[in-house]
Design a protein around this ligand. Structure first.
Ligand SMILES: Nc1ncnc2c1ncn2[C@@H]1O[C@H](COP(=O)(O)OP(=O)(O)OP(=O)(O)O)[C@@H](O)[C@H]1O
Ligand SMILES: [Mg+2]
Length: 266
């Protein structure tokens, strides 16, 4: 049922050590589908959770003619874990033997994707967009079936960069080569880029730092992007959330859960 936080029907919990028990707690919280889906470390259980998001994407593709290949990752505000989720998801998707995965750092304000892979910031996206650097110079292979485009040289007007026709050329070009393209973005309530990038991609994943992000901000983000464009919400860093949730005793409350949820942050 399409209920729950912001009426989005797909929730993923990205967390390092989520237990089945705390999963149940989130299930009650969200009133919707919750999938343990993420880990911030490379240990096996964590990567398995990201593979579960991958399985969701695969299943969607099977029933939707392989139409979910370009995925924009954004959040309402800063520091919610967009880049962590984007990078981990790209790695999980690269295990799909049907094709390669590309992650593009479209956060030209606070680029971090290159750091995860120990790459230089440039040449990257902005150098392709403004200096006509060839794709072969800005795409770097980091793992089996995983390639990266770093953000590139910093710009005075990053919002303008994503409006350039060269970006469309790039997207059309990489669509021919990659099964999946993950686009890391700045926050949608603070910057205009995710709106344009969402329109150029197949779907958007919204990341929310569980319990720390105000529900109203996530609702604003959903509205700004458009619900139909959102594939799901990843509740990141949910382990602490579970503790906080229990500490405050919300499950011992006798008020209806829907009211409890309304009063809480995500
Ligand atoms: N689940 C998590 N567990 C522990 N640390 C996390 C988790 N998610 C994110 N972090 C840490 O929080 C910080 C912010 O994460 P990240 O850079 O992915 O956020 P962001 O939304 O991309 O930020 P920005 O808005 O600046 O681009 C980083 O230091 C990251 O390592
Ligand atoms: Mg980031």
């Amino acid at each position: 049922m399409a209920a729950g936080v912001c009426a989005i029907d797909r929730f993923f919990v990205a967390d390092r050590n989520m237990t089945e028990n705390s999963k149940e707690k989130f299930r009650g919280l969200a009133h919707g589908e919750i999938l343990l889906a993420g880990g911030m470390t490379v240990n096996i259980p964590a990567s398995e959770r990201f593979r579960m998001i991958r399985a969701k994407i695969d299943r969607y593709n099977l029933s939707h003619n392989n139409s979910l290949r370009f995925i924009t990752v954004t959040s309402a505000v800063a520091q919610e874990g967009k880049s962590v989720v984007a990078v981990n998801l790209a790695r999980a998707l690269s295990f799909d033997r049907r094709g390669r995965t590309l992650i593009i750092d479209c956060d030209l304000r606070r680029p971090t994707v290159h750091k995860f892979f120990g790459l230089p910031l440039e040449p990257g996206l902005s150098n392709y967009l403004y200096e006509q650097r060839p794709l072969s110079e800005v795409i770097r292979n980091v793992h089996t079936r995983t390639d990266v485009i770093s953000a590139g040289s910093l710009l005075s007007d990053p919002a303008q960069a994503v409006e350039r026709p060269e970006l469309l050329t790039l997207f059309n070009e990489v669509r021919k080569t990659y099964q999946y393209v993950i686009i890391d973005c700045p926050p949608v309530l603070l910057c205009p880029e995710p709106i344009s990038l969402s329109l150029l991609s197949d779907k958007t994943l919204l990341v929310a730092r569980a319990w720390k992000t105000e529900r109203s901000l996530v609702a604003d983000a959903v509205e700004t992007i458009g619900k139909s464009r959102i594939f799901g919400v990843v509740m990141n860093d949910a382990e602490d959330t579970a503790k906080e949730y229990l500490d405050y005793g919300y499950y011992s409350s006798h008020q209806p859960q829907s009211n409890a949820v309304k009063k809480r942050k995500l």
